[in-house]
Write a protein of this length. Structure first.
Length: 383
């Protein structure tokens, strides 16, 4: 798009006599004839207001040829010997006729700060890219949370050694009398295979069997997902779209009381709402049926049981329980050590697996413990 350039002239105030609004083309005050550099205003110019939306100056542009020549002469410089202000295209000081040297102070051309930036065109919509960015943000949060959890997990799993004492021991033994008893059960037809039952001898050698399969009726065995129609779901979204052009301007301070303003028409973007619609398939659970049957079989069932318990040096023993030849005995045993550690402030238990292992521990015995920072007892060994 075509660029439009114009020169804006600044104004300065004389601090010697108070005259205001002196055009920058005048190097001396038209009233008191004092040079601008002696008033302390050599680089302070008022260029008027600008339009907040476009950055365009509200002041008229310069058309006077002499003023335009002065504006294009370059940044002003100040003589190192007498301090007089000179045009940028002059190499000899107009006041003391000294040559311009490297030590002469000079103003600089520079872009004005604070102007509204040109509005960039919106990036082409990329759904995957947007999702990727959201994913990156969520992923970062997840990594932070997971990282904290990992650090805590590592710390809590670290172990230290401490000492303790067995404060008590106990044991419990149970004997169950069980009998091979006829039962009626249910099962899926494809999993049932007829088999004769066999009774146990001295509590062993039994076969439960599958007999008299009957009453097979369809029952719901499981479910499966099936499509149940579709629904159009819409949501309102927003995007940037081109909606004409707008004027944008930027200026450059020429360092001599003038500014160069460049304006051009750029694409304008507006917010647009639109409906994003998609078809969503709905599913329902559909039952899957299969024949389920009743059949006869046998199971071991408890008739009675007896318990015995003790501790702190008393040897473990089994309770007495007599059974008939067709019955069987089932035994369970449990051994427990109660341990205090960290000066009695904390307690834990340890369960030996066998009677022999249990008998290797005594009340009052000193132990060494390996404990994690999270409080989990990893190992207990006698001292």
């Amino acid at each position: 798009m075509a660029k439009r350039t114009r020169i804006i002239e600044g104004m300065w105030d004389c601090s010697s006599c108070g005259t205001k609004g002196i055009l920058a083309r005048h190097k001396k005050c038209p009233h008191c004839n004092n040079p601008r550099e002696l008033t302390g205003q050599e680089s302070e110019f008022d260029f008027g207001d600008t339009d907040a939306a476009t950055g365009k100056s509200l002041r008229e542009g310069v058309t006077d040829e002499k003023a335009l020549e002065l504006a294009n002469a370059g940044a002003d410089w100040f003589c190192a010997y007498c301090g007089a202000s000179n045009r940028g295209d002059q190499e000899i000081c107009k006041n003391c006729r000294a040559e311009r040297g490297t030590d002469a102070k000079a103003l600089q051309e520079e872009a004005d700060p604070g102007l509204p930036p040109e509005q960039p065109a919106p990036a082409a919509p990329k759904k995957r890219g947007a999702l990727f960015k959201v994913g990156m943000v969520l992923g970062g949060l997840l990594v932070f949370c997971c990282g904290s959890s990992i650090v805590y997990g590592i710390w809590s799993s670290m172990t230290h050694e401490t000492t303790g004492q067995v404060v008590s021991t106990d044991w419990k033994r149970t004997v169950y009398q069980e009998r091979f008893t006829p039962v009626t059960l249910e099962g899926w037809a494809d999993e049932l295979h007829a088999q004769s039952s066999r009774m146990p001898v001295n509590g062993a050698g039994e076969v439960a069997g599958v007999q008299n399969i009957r009453g097979c009726v369809p029952r719901q065995r499981t479910t499966r997902k099936v499509a149940d129609g579709t629904e159009r779901v819409c949501s309102t979204k927003h995007r940037k779209t081109a909606c004409g052009t707008e004027e944008k301007c930027h200026t450059r301070n020429k360092g001599n009381g003038f500014k160069e303003e460049v304006c051009e028409d750029v694409t304008k973007y507006c917010d647009e709402s639109y409906e994003d619609c998609r078809n969503e398939t709905h599913y329902r659970d559909e039952p899957v049926y299969a024949p389920k049957c009743t059949y006869d079989s046998y199971q071991w069932k408890e008739v009675t049981h007896r318990e015995a318990s003790g501790g702190d040096g008393e040897p473990p023993r089994w309770p007495d329980l007599s059974v008939s030849p067709e019955d069987r005995l089932r035994r369970e045993e449990k051994y427990t050590l109660h341990i205090a550690y960290d000066g009695g402030k904390k307690n834990t238990t340890f369960e030996p697996k066998t009677e022999q292992e249990y008998l290797g521990w005594k009340k009052g015995q000193q132990v060494s413990l390996t404990v994690s920072n999270g409080g989990e007892v990893k190992q207990i060994v006698p001292r």
